[in-house]
Design a binder for this molecule. Structure first.
Ligand code: GLA
Length: 388
C-alpha cells in the first residue's frame, strides 16, 4: 500500500470524529554497514528511507490516548497515568514514548491519533523506530515547545524498546529516523553521539533491498543474547585491565580478546570477533567512499555478511541464499541488513547488472522457497518532520 496523507486524514475523522489535528511523518532506515556495533559503542552508517510512518494527532486534554491503527484496523484507549499501559505492541510503542516524554518533563495532556505506515513489517527496516520517532517528534512539537533535542528524542524511542517492548536495542534506528536527510547517509559514532552526513550519490551503482519475507522478530529473540555475549566479553577484559576505561567492545583490541577467549568460551569469542571486525570495516568503508572506491565498499559488505552469518549467527538459510545469488550475479556488495534473523539483504549493484540481478534473485528464490522476494529500491529520504 502506498500511503497518502489523505488516507490518514480520512480515517482519522472516520474513527475519531471532530476536527483535524496535525500530521507528522518519520521514516524507516537502511544501513550501509555497521551492524550490531551501536550497542558496542562503535560506528554505524544508516540513512532514512522514503517509506515511513504517518500519524495525525490532536490534543484532547483528557489524559487519555485514543488511538487507531489504520493498518491493523485496531482501536484502543488508554490512560497516560496508568503505568501498565495497553497490551498490543503497536499501542505500547506510543504509550512508552508518551511515558518517557512525560518523564523528561513534557506536559502531555492526552491526544487522539490515527497512524499508518508503509515500512514493511519485519523486514529489518525499523518500522518500530519509525513509529516511536514519529510520536517522540510530534509530542515534542505539540506539548513540549520543541525544547528536547533530537538525540534525546532518539533515546526516548530506544528507552521505549528497552522498557516497554523488551528489546535491548542500540540507538541506530531511532537516530536515523529522527536525523535522516534526503540524499545523505550518516556516520554516527555511537559512543560520543557525534555524527556527520555523507552525500549518497554513487555514480553507476544502486542500492537495492531484497526482502526474503522471512519474518524478522527481535522481540523475545536471541538479539538480547547477542548483546549479553558482547557485554560478558567486555566484563572479562575490563577485569584484567582495571587501569583502562573499558566500557564496550569499542575500547577492546584483538589482543584483549585473545587474552580472555578461554574464560568466555567459544560462542562469546565468536560474537566479539565479529564486532571487532565490523568496527574496522565501517571506517574502511568511509575511507573507500571518500575515494569513490565502491569495489572496496562492496568487499566490506560481503565480509560483514560472512561475519553475521558464521560468527554472530544472526542469518538464516534464505538470507545466505540471497547473498550467494548476489555473488553469482557479480553484485558489488551484499549482506544481511539490520538485526538479522530474517528480513532483507542490502545490495550495492552496478547499474548494468541491476536488471539481471533482481530478476535472477526473484526467480531463484521462488524456485527454491516457493515465494517471490520483494525488491525495494533504496531512496534516501528525510527524517522526522511535521507535514501539516
Ligand atoms: C536492530 C536494532 C539496532 C541495531 C541493529 C543491528 O535494528 O534496533 O539498534 O543493533 O538491529 O545493527
Amino acid at each position: 500500500m502506498k500511503l497518502t496523507i489523505d488516507d490518514v486524514k480520512t480515517r482519522f475523522i472516520k474513527h475519531l470524529g471532530g476536527e483535524h489535528g496535525s500530521i507528522y511523518a518519520s521514516p524507516g532506515r537502511i544501513n550501509l554497514i555497521g551492524e550490531h556495533t551501536d550497542y558496542n559503542g562503535g560506528f554505524v552508517f544508516p540513512g532514512a528511507v522514503t517509506q515511513g510512518m504517518i500519524a495525525e494527532i490532536r490534543p484532547n486534554g483528557t489524559r487519555t490516548i485514543r488511538a487507531y491503527s489504520i493498518d491493523l484496523k485496531d482501536y484502543d484507549e488508554f490512560s497516560i497515568d496508568d503505568e501498565k499501559g495497553p497490551n498490543a505492541s503497536h499501542f505500547r510503542y506510543i504509550f512508552g514514548v508518551v511515558r518517557e516524554m512525560m518523564a523528561l518533563g513534557v506536559p502531555v495532556e492526552g491526544f487522539d491519533t490515527a497512524f499508518a505506515g508503509d515500512v514493511p513489517n519485519g523486514a529489518g527496516m525499523s518500522s518500530s523506530a519509525a513509529l516511536e520517532s514519529c510520536y517522540a517528534f510530534a509530542i515534542n512539537d505539540l506539548f513540549g515547545d520543541n525544547k528536547i533535542d533530537k538525540m534525546t528524542l532518539a533515546k526516548v524511542g530506544q528507552a521505549t524498546e528497552h522498557k516497554y517492548i523488551g528489546v535491548n536495542c542500540g540507538i541506530m534506528d531511532q537516530f536515523a529516523s529522527i536525523h535522516g536527510k534526503k540524499g545523505n547517509l550518516m556516520r554516527l559514532d555511537c559512543r560520543s553521539g557525534e555524527f556527520e552526513y555523507f552525500p549518497w550519490n554513487p555514480q553507476g551503482y544502486k542500492l537495492v533491498l531484497i526482502n526474503s519475507c522471512v519474518k524478522h522478530e527481535l522481540v523475545g529473540s536471541p538479539y538480547n543474547d547477542r548483546r549479553n555475549s558482547c557485554e560478558n566479553v567486555v566484563k572479562h577484559i575490563a577485569a584484567k585491565h582495571p587501569e583502562r576505561q573499558i566500557e564496550t567492545l569499542r575500547d577492546c583490541t584483538w589482543e584483549d580478546l585473545e587474552e580472555v577467549k578461554d574464560e568466555v568460551g567459544e560462542t562469546d569469542t565468536k560474537r566479539a570477533k565479529y564486532v571487532l571486525g565490523e568496527k574496522d570495516r565501517v571506517l574502511a568503508v568511509c575511507d573507500a567512499l571518500e575515494a569513490g572506491d565502491y569495489e572496496k565498499v562492496g568487499e566490506m559488505m560481503y565480509q560483514t555478511h560472512e561475519g553475521l552469518s558464521k560468527d554472530y549467527e544472526v542469518s538464516c538459510e534464505e538470507l545466505d541464499f540471497l547473498n550467494e545469488v548476489a555473488r553469482d550475479c557479480g553484485v558489488t556488495g551484499s549482506r544481511i541488513m539490520g538485526g538479522g534473523f530474517g528480513g532483507c539483504t542490502i545490495n550495492l549493484v552496478a547499474d548494468e547488472l541491476y536488471p539481471n540481478f533482481v530478476e535472477t534473485a526473484k526467480a531463484k528464490f521462488k524456485e527454491k522457497y516457493g515465494k517471490t522476494p520483494i525488491v525495494i529500491d533504496v531512496v534516501i529520504g528525510d527524517g522526522s518532520r511535521k507535514l501539516c
